[in-house]
Design a binder for this molecule. Structure first.
Ligand code: ZN
Length: 505
C-alpha cells in the first residue's frame, strides 16, 4: 500500500519537475527578451511564450496529476504536515486547485486585458491623462472581482488575490501591521523633514564612470556572497532577478553616470534576491521544497542586503576605501561620514521607486489602501486620481501635481497585479525582524561588516530561511525563527535608531 503511494509520489514529483522545466525555458526566453532581444523579434517571442504558457497550463490541469495529488493528500505520506512529501503535495495541490477553479474564458480575458491595459497605461502615462486609462482600470477591477469570487476567500476578496503573491497571508493581518507602522512612521518622517541637518547629496551626483561602477558593484555583490559561478549580472532598464535553473540565477542592474546609488544599491538588492535563490536546496529544484516561500520573504532578503547591510555605517567602513580607489575624482575630499549620510538621505517624494528606507512604506500603504477600496467598491475608478493626491498629502506631505507622477506611476494595476504591493512592505518588516534576530544570535554584526565578513549573516539566512524552501508559511517561519509574529516594531527600532542619530531627531 505505502509502496504504491511512494511510486505515486515519485510520479507527481516527476510531473512537477517537468512543469518547472517549461517554466525555466519560458524564464530564459523572457530574460533574453529583456536583455538582448532585438525589437523586431518581439512578436515571435510573444508567440513562443504564449505557446509555452499553454503547455504549462495543460500540465497543471492534467486530470491524472490531480487525482494523484488528491490520493496522496489523504495518504500516510501526508500525515506529518512538516514532512517533505506532505509539503510537496500540499503546495502543489493548492496551486492546482486554484488553476482549476478559474474558467478558461476568465483566464484568457485577464491575459488579454493585461496586454491592453499595459498598452493603454503607457500611452496615458506619456500623455499624462488618467482618463485614457480609466476604462481599462474599470475592466481590470471587474475581472479581478470575478477572479476573487471564482477562487473563494476567507474574509474579503483581496485575500484571494493576495494569495498569488503571499500564500496563506491575510489582508486583515497586513492591514493591522501597516496601520501600526503608519502611526509611528508619519511623525518620524515629519520630524526628519523638520530637522536642520541635511546630507550633502550632490556628492552622489558627480560623474561616476560606468566601467568603475560595474567593477565596484560586482566586487560588492561577490563579497556579500552572490555566487558568480552560478549567476551573472547584466544591464536592463528595469532591474530584476530570475532563476533559470538550480545553478543559474540572473540579476540585472542599470547604470547612471551621474548618480551613484541607483546601480550600486540596485545590484545589492538584486543580489539579495539572487542569494536566496542560490540558497534554496538545488536537489529540490522544481518542487515546492526547492522554491521561495513568497514575494514578501523574497523581498526581505533583497531589502536586508540593500538597506540593513548596504546602507549601514559598518558596511561603508569596509567598502569606502575601495570606493575612493574606484572613484578618485568624484569622492575627492569626501569623508566617510558625509558619504554615509548622503546614501541615507530621507526625503518625502512623489515617486515610489526613488523613495528612501523611511518613506518607502508610506508609498506602499497608499497603494494597498486604494486597491482595497477599488475592489470593495468604496472608491470608483473615476475618483482614483484624486484619492491618490489626497493620500499623498496626508501621509507624505507632498502634493501630486500630475497623473503621470500620481495614479499612473506604477505598472502593476495595468498588468492586473492587484494584491502585489503589500509584499514590498512585508519584505521590509520581515527584513528588520530577521535582522534583529540574527544580531541577537550572531553577536556584533557591525564589527563583522567593518572587517568585510558577511559570511556569518549569509550562513544564518541559509540555515534559518533559505534551506527550508516552502516547508513553512511566511507567518510560521517568522515565529519559528524570531519567536514572535510579524511586527512593525523591529523596523521602527531600526529606523528610529539610524535616522535619529543622523538627523538628530
Ligand atoms: Zn525586490
Amino acid at each position: 500500500m505505502s509502496q504504491n503511494f511512494e511510486r505515486l509520489f515519485d510520479d507527481v514529483c516527476h510531473h512537477a519537475r517537468r512543469a518547472a522545466m517549461l517554466t525555466s525555458i519560458s524564464a530564459l526566453l523572457e530574460w533574453d527578451e529583456r536583455v538582448y532581444l532585438p525589437a523586431a523579434g518581439s512578436e515571435y517571442r510573444a508567440e513562443e511564450c504564449t505557446y509555452l504558457a499553454g503547455m504549462m497550463h495543460e500540465r497543471w490541469i492534467d486530470a491524472k496529476f490531480g487525482d494523484s495529488l488528491a490520493a496522496l493528500a489523504e495518504s500516510p505520506l501526508a500525515v506529518d504536515p512538516a514532512s517533505d512529501a506532505a509539503v510537496v503535495v500540499r503546495r502543489l495541490k493548492h496551486q492546482r486547485d486554484k488553476k482549476i477553479k478559474l474558467p478558461q474564458s476568465l483566464v484568457e480575458e485577464l491575459a488579454r486585458t493585461a496586454v491592453l491595459g499595459q498598452h493603454a497605461w503607457q500611452e496615458a502615462r506619456k500623455q499624462n491623462n488618467f482618463g485614457m486609462f480609466r476604462p481599462l482600470l474599470e475592466k481590470t477591477i471587474d475581472l479581478k472581482k470575478q477572479q476573487a469570487e471564482a477562487l473563494g476567500y476567507a474574509d474579503c476578496p483581496y485575500d484571494a488575490l493576495l494569495d498569488d503573491f503571499e500564500p496563506d497571508e491575510r489582508t486583515a493581518n497586513i492591514r493591522r501591521a501597516l496601520r501600526d507602522l503608519r502611526e509611528q512612521l508619519v511623525p518620524l518622517v515629519a520630524a526628519i523633514g523638520a530637522s536642520a541637518k541635511r546630507p550633502k547629496t550632490e556628492i552622489l551626483k558627480r560623474p561616476f564612470p560606468v566601467a568603475q561602477q560595474e567593477a565596484f558593484g560586482k566586487l560588492a555583490a561577490a563579497a556579500i556572497g552572490f555566487d558568480f559561478e552560478a549567476g551573472r549580472v547584466d544591464v536592463t532598464a528595469h532591474p530584476f532577478c530570475t532563476t533559470l535553473g538550480p545553478r543559474d540565477c540572473r540579476i540585472t542592474t542599470r547604470y547612471h553616470e551621474d548618480f551613484f546609488p541607483a546601480a550600486f544599491f540596485g545590484t545589492l538588492h538584486e543580489a539579495g534576491h539572487g542569494m536566496y535563490e542560490q540558497g534554496l536546496p538545488a536537489e529540490n529544484y522544481g518542487l515546492p521544497t526547492g522554491e521561495a516561500i513568497s514575494l514578501g520573504v523574497h523581498e526581505s532578503q533583497s531589502r536586508m542586503w540593500e538597506n540593513l547591510v548596504g546602507r549601514s555605517k559598518s558596511f561603508w567602513k569596509f567598502f569606502y576605501p575601495e570606493a575612493k580607489k574606484q572613484f578618485p575624482q568624484a569622492l575627492d575630499g569626501v569623508s566617510l561620514d558625509d558619504f554615509y549620510f548622503a546614501v541615507n538621505d530621507v526625503r518625502p517624494s512623489l515617486v515610489r521607486i526613488e523613495a528612501d528606507e523611511a518613506t518607502y512604506n508610506l508609498h506602499i500603504l497608499i497603494r494597498f489602501e486604494l486597491e482595497q477600496d477599488l475592489l470593495d467598491g468604496k472608491l470608483a475608478a473615476a475618483d482614483a486620481a484624486e484619492a491618490w493626491r489626497d493620500r499623498y498629502r496626508q501621509y507624505l506631505g507632498v502634493g501630486s501635481p500630475t497623473d503621470a507622477d500620481g495614479v499612473l506611476q506604477d505598472v502593476h494595476w495595468s498588468a492586473g497585479l492587484f494584491g502585489y504591493f503589500p509584499t514590498y512592505s512585508l519584505g521590509n518588516l520581515y527584513a528588520a525582524q530577521y535582522f534583529e534576530q540574527a544580531r541577537k544570535e550572531l553577536g556584533d554584526l557591525d564589527a563583522m561588516f567593518a572587517r568585510g565578513e558577511f559570511r556569518p549573516l549569509l550562513d544564518w539566512l541559509r540555515a534559518n530561511i533559505h534551506r527550508h524552501g516552502q516547508c513553512y508559511t511566511a507567518a510560521e517561519l517568522v515565529e519559528r525563527v524570531t519567536g514572535k509574529p510579524l511586527s512593525h516594531e523591529p523596523l521602527m527600532r531600526h529606523l528610529r535608531g539610524k535616522f535619529g542619530e543622523l538627523y538628530g531627531v
